[in-house]
Design a protein around this ligand. Structure first.
Ligand SMILES: Cc1cc2nc3c(=O)[nH]c(=O)nc-3n(C[C@H](O)[C@H](O)[C@H](O)COP(=O)(O)OP(=O)(O)OC[C@H]3O[C@@H](n4cnc5c(N)ncnc54)[C@H](O)[C@@H]3O)c2cc1C
Length: 248
């Protein structure tokens, strides 16, 4: 099975983000960048499916030079090869999806994985957009996947149940937490990843159809209030929730 995984490098989720001086971007100074956590599930599932059905796993990341770190991490987990779609400037959502789809178009991948969302820009759009441009089926936020022959069965959990989808291959799946338990890269994997060649392809800029106007911090939350301890505090707590917070 010919499998592709789309991955993105994002600021460490523990990091406290600061808005840059242009008020349109995040300041990247002093930030540690990691493979997007949802992409770890995507890479793991690609490796699981390869173990079951054979084939190869190719990792693809679009971005500046820093994107190579996401590729190396994925290679260290066990992927076979990696492609860096190198851009110098920024791309908007459609530009990212179009550039990824342009690369994927002629490669005959049976399965394409992406994370359900990138933890920095949080668009949760790329997987669906890429599948739409490629005109292939797409199941988002998948928590269980079975592939048999030319067909997949995917499960998606929602608040009160599970949706089950079937789709023919080729198809694109976006990975949700719970799909699997991503493996840690072994020392051997890390050493081998250093020796694996990463193909670099320069990507032409695409004129953005959207523009970031301004980034602002969320309003500062008022400090919490301790109304008392134990059962005696409950009447006052209920009164405050009703009269002040107006949530009851
Ligand atoms: C006008 C404009 C300018 C922008 N300029 C910049 C910029 O200069 N630099 C910048 O970093 N961002 C820029 N962005 C943000 C960029 O558009 C988003 O990163 C992009 O739309 C993807 O959204 P997301 O990162 O929220 O990914 P999501 O849609 O949330 O990601 C879902 C999944 O898609 C895959 N994926 C997402 N991005 C990539 C990628 N690059 N390569 C491979 N797989 C991927 C991953 O599997 C990921 O888990 C800009 C946005 C706008 C609107």
């Amino acid at each position: 099975m010919n499998i592709a995984v789309l991955v993105k490098l994002v600021p460490d989720t523990e990091a406290s983000l600061k808005i840059g001086e242009d008020h349109k971007s995040i300041s990247t100074a002093d930030l540690n960048f990691v493979l997007n956590p949802f992409d770890e599930y995507a890479v793991e599932e690609a490796l699981v499916q390869k173990a079951k059905h054979g084939g190869t796993v190719t990792i693809i990341s679009l971005g500046g030079d820093e994107a190579v770190k996401a590729l190396r991490t994925s290679l260290a987990m066990g992927a076979d090869s990696a492609v860096h779609l190198k851009i110098t400037g920024g791309l908007d959502m459609l530009g990212v999806a179009k550039s990824l789809a342009a690369f994927l178009k002629d490669k005959n991948y049976d399965l394409i994985f992406a994370g359900k969302q990138a933890m920095d820009d949080d668009c949760a759009a790329t997987g669906a957009m890429v599948a739409t441009i490629l005109d292939i089926p797409h199941v988002s936020t998948v928590t269980k996947l079975e592939v048999e022959g030319n067909k997949l069965t995917a499960e998606r959990e929602f608040e009160t149940g599970v949706e089950v989808f079937e789709a023919p291959l080729p198809a694109l799946i976006t990975a949700q937490k719970g799909l699997n338990e991503p493996r840690y890269a072994s020392l051997k994997g890390i050493m081998m990843a250093k020796r694996k060649k990463i193909e670099t392809i320069e990507v032409e800029p695409i004129t953005a159809k959207t523009e970031v106007i301004q980034l602002t911090y969320p309003p500062i939350r008022p400090p919490g209030k301790i109304v008392g301890k134990g059962a005696e505090a409950v009447p006052e707590l209920v009164r405050l929730l009703k009269e002040e917070a107006k949530v009851l």
